[in-house]
Write a protein that binds this ligand. Structure first.
Ligand SMILES: [Zn+2]
Length: 360
């Protein structure tokens, strides 16, 4: 987030601008200047700023709708490809998600209608191009808002139209399955966008890449959330493992690395308390230095591994691991003794065995 600067705060939501957005403004200015004059450059920059003001209002449409369901939005960031509102969570009821998803495009419909009425324009499909330079500035803004509505309603999850699609599918398929299907459709459409973009629109390629990655990210997040809900860490933790002692060296860790399939080794003291984790990378790095093999495990271990109690909900442990960017989360019993640990791979494995278990 350090690549963005805060512009202002409105109703508890910070509006931030990503620095790459300035590249877009500079690019528009340069293109217009080369093709025309300084006045054209000013016109182009003003147009893009007014257009992004409409995008911010669109995002606030989502934000205000979400707030009706008690969901706060700490910030919204302007990227060259549009706005991204980072809500605390998405509404889970399909009907609520539909309202939140449609509230954004609804704002652009209102802006377009107000401009069309104010300018006394008759709606003409031939106007559906921002390249139509003979029309006025505000007529072009109106047209751009219509394009924003049409574009956002393309059912490419996680764009607005895709969210509506997911919500509709969720009424039949359930949230997890619906997300997987909507994400697949979104990625398919992203590939189509990328191919169209290759024919001369670099921004379409950027948008395609964003949709593709965002769809994959949201799908796996929802999958993990569905999977971990209602489970405890004990359902997924590793209880059969090799550990290092406080007297162990990097050489000991290296031989365990070869003998086992483990990639991280807990360092336990005499009372079975977790002192830290030695990762495969730490072993490899230590062995590169002279006499690295004789180094104490205590010196190369990662001491910031988060730990949780045995009865902790699995999703809480997973969130903790994500936030700490740790390779694992340790599990301890009431006396503080190390009982086992959960890694990302554990959760992936749980994901792989669950469908077959449920099929039985
Ligand atoms: Zn939107």
């Amino acid at each position: 987030m350090s690549w963005s600067i805060k512009l202002f705060t409105l109703g508890g939501t910070a509006v931030r601008m990503h620095l790459t957005f300035l590249l877009l403004v500079a690019w528009i200015a340069a293109m217009q200047w080369v093709r025309g004059s300084a006045a054209d450059a000013l016109y182009g920059v003003t147009f893009i700023l007014v257009l992004f003001a409409c995008v911010v209002l669109h995002e606030f449409g989502h934000i205000w709708a979400a707030r009706r369901y008690g969901i706060r939005t700490p910030d919204v960031t302007l990227l060259p490809i549009g706005g991204v509102a980072s809500m605390e969570r998405m509404p889970e009821k399909p009907s609520q998600e539909i309202v939140v998803a449609l509230a954004g495009p609804a704002v652009n419909v209102v802006i377009a209608l107000v401009l069309i009425v104010a300018l006394g324009l008759s709606f003409d499909p031939a106007l559906m191009s921002i390249e139509t330079l003979q029309t006025s500035f505000w007529a072009q803004v109106a047209v751009a808002n219509v394009i924003l509505v049409v574009f956002n309603l393309i059912p490419a999850f996680p764009m607005d139209g895709g969210r509506v699609l997911r919500a509709v599918l969720a009424m039949w398929l359930g949230f997890g399955r619906a997300t997987a299907v909507a994400a697949r459709i979104g990625q398919g459409l992203a590939i189509v966008f990328a191919i169209l973009g290759l024919m001369g629109n670099p921004f379409l390629i950027l948008i395609a890449a964003f949709i593709f990655l965002a769809a994959a990210g949201e799908a796996s997040y929802v999958q993990v959330r569905e999977l971990t809900r209602g489970r405890r860490v004990t359902d997924a933790m590793i209880t059969s493992f090799e550990a290092l002692g406080v007297m162990s060296t990097v050489d000991d860790a290296a031989s365990l690395l070869l003998r086992t399939t483990q990639q991280e080794f807990p360092v336990l003291d005499g009372a079975s308390r977790l002192r830290g984790i030695v990762t495969r990378q730490a072993i490899v790095d230590a062995l590169k230095t002279q006499d690295g093999g004789a180094t104490s495990a205590l010196e190369v271990m990662d001491k910031d591994t988060p730990t949780v109690m045995l009865d902790t909900p699995l999703d809480e442990a997973f969130n903790l691991m994500q936030r700490a960017r740790a390779p694992m989360v340790g599990v301890v019993d009431r006396e503080g003794k190390f009982a086992g640990y959960v890694t990302r791979e554990n959760i992936t494995e749980l994901m792989m065995i669950r469908p077959s278990r449920e099929a039985r």
